[in-house]
Design a protein around this ligand. Structure first.
Ligand SMILES: C[S@@+](CC[C@H](N)C(=O)[O-])C[C@H]1O[C@@H](n2cnc3c(N)ncnc32)[C@H](O)[C@@H]1O
Length: 262
């Protein structure tokens, strides 16, 4: 018991209320073993009448389309591409292992994401499909229901091959489709947060206890909770002060609960 309690404290989680680009620029090359992140999806850039448009009253959306309190999530396609391109470029510089980049293809990011596939073709190892199981029907006529999200796996050292350099599974044991219920009800503080179980599953494929990872877009700090459960060291950035505080509270509660249970 005491041994487990002690081991638990070995996981070092650092939360930073900062712009991730600001944070990453000071990190040396190859500092992290890997990364897991889910960036803003640019969900409020819409296509209407063959052109890009956006809702002006983005704060008042009540249909789940606006996932953020203080962030418009509606960059132009070029700006979104440039931003995500620089985030991925920087992550590749500071990470020596797998970067798990979770994204859902939407009208507001589709062109940028497909450009990213082209730009980084040589360092994209594979794509994991997250089957979200219980999803809502599409709000657009003629659009397929969005039942999956992707995790693009970048690796600058071995992107050429699909196999991982470090892995925790036997041959034939793991699929590149992961089925975890989206469970929207689990968090009404941040509608873009992901299930801990999903994050934990992805990280556990290739990371080992004591490894150090980064999540540049922390949100409610799901990666911190998953990392803590797996005894990883995690640095997380979150720009929004309210999400940062809510994420920090969530992590504190999780850590206290575990300490209590031990
Ligand atoms: C999709 S959410 C992440 C959700 C997170 N994975 C979770 O499960 O809670 C993206 C987060 O990135 C944050 N964000 C946006 N721009 C940022 C920036 N430049 N630096 C750091 N965080 C940023 C947003 O406030 C939002 O909370």
């Amino acid at each position: 018991m005491i041994g487990n309690g002690w081991e638990l404290k070995m996981s070092k989680i650092n939360l930073y209320n900062i712009d991730c680009m600001e944070f990453m620029k000071d990190k040396p090359d190859d500092y992290y073993d890997g990364a897991f992140t889910s960036p803003p999806y640019n969900a409020n850039l819409k296509v209407s009448g063959g052109r890009y448009t956006t809702k002006t009253s983005w704060k008042n959306f009540d249909n789940g389309a606006n996932k953020y309190e203080n962030y418009t999530d509606n960059l132009s396609m070029d700006k979104y591409y440039e931003w995500q391109n620089s985030v991925i470029f920087e992550m590749l510089r500071i990470c020596k292992g797998n970067i798990f980049y979770n994204i859902q293809i939407l009208g507001g990011n589709k062109t940028a994401i497909f450009r990213i596939f082209g730009r980084y073709a040589d360092v994209i190892k594979d794509v994991i499909i997250w089957d979200k199981i219980n999803t809502l029907p599409s709000i657009c006529l003629g659009a397929l229901n969005a039942d999956y999200e992707m995790v693009i796996i970048f690796n600058k050292n071995s992107g050429m091959k699909r196999s991982f350099d470090n892995y925790n599974f036997k041959r034939g044991e793991e699929s590149n489709i992961i089925r975890v219920d989206r469970n929207r009800k689990s968090n009404n503080q941040h509608r873009a947060s992901m299930p801990v179980k999903f994050c934990e599953k992805v990280l556990s494929l290739s990371l080992k206890k004591g490894n150090t990872i980064i999540d540049p877009f922390g949100g409610l700090m799901t990666t911190a909770i998953a990392g803590h459960n797996l005894k990883l060291n995690v640095d997380l950035c979150e720009l929004d002060e309210d999400y940062f505080k809510a994420g920090k509270d969530r992590l504190d509660k999780h850590q206290q609960q575990l300490t209590f249970n031990f």
